[in-house]
Write a new protein. Sequence first.
Length: 363
Amino acid sequence: MIGAGITVWCLMTAACGLSHNFFQLFMARIGVGAGEAVLTPNALSLISDYFPKEKRSRAISFYMSGISLGSGLANLAGGPLIAVLLTTPAFVIPIIGELKAWQTVFLIVGLPGLVIAGLMATVKEPARKELAQLQTDKKNLDWPLKKSMGFLFARWKAYGSLFFGMSVVTLVAYTGFWNAALFQRTWDWNIGTIGIALGSIGIIFGPLGTNTGGLIADKFTEKGIKDGPMRALYYGVIVTVIANVAYPLMPSGGWALAIYIPSIIGGAMASACGAAAVVHIAPNQVRGQATAIYWLIINVIGLLLGPTSVGYLTDFLGDPQMLKYSMAVIPLIAGIPTILLLNWGLKHYTVAAEESESWTKNI
């Protein structure tokens, strides 16, 4: 499944570079999204079978650090790569025709991923562990979606606080969509400097945050704290909400970058520990589906409302220079109730974690 998903999204990324109109590009982007959607639910399920609970959060966090690293590299390398291609002769492909610089970039970054897809064929599938052994289905190793949804709804306090809490955290994080405009409008930075600064921070402090979160979560678990991943997530959320409220209001771009760093660290902690928290209390039969639902919810809410809420509020205020206040107000309004929700959810998550230990076993 993972190999097939990687193949699809790499080919569709390359197809973006072969697009000559909006509809073609739009359809190729849908293909990229479909391929990417396969990866994380299956990857987290595999990682959960490879590692015991007391080491699992670190393993998941290491996997999640690739997101921060990749985003940072894209910021750093994307612009310079296009600049180089603009100074070189255009590529011409028979039938397709001449490719512009941005189209060539899609081909350059898309096609090498097929090597990774091939390498996935060498990965050994681990034995399935921690399957739910409920009285009614002792021999049932695979659950249909309806049954998995019933399992999640029966534990709605734990999963609901986690899913919707992380949805709002994602919303807060995606207010950063406006960072380039913030630094341009407020501190008159040029786009090249902004890309290098934000890209460097993402590469360094994103992986630091994910791996720190995983380490803290596993240390909690080793000490017998049942809600280890959820508690580490909670601490990361507090850090990132405070920093997201503060950095747009700083007196200079340098100070804004300094405060933006804990925003990245806390957000990365929360993101990694959120994924770990889902699989920590889910039996093997549910993990893939629970993870897919989790990512669907947080991405729909976060991606839909994060950037747009800042834009709408800035338009309402009637002045583009008010962007910094919009970027501070949205995390404040959304962040405080989320912190309270996650705090309420800790005790319910503990109950779910204790329950999972009583009805799971390895096979």
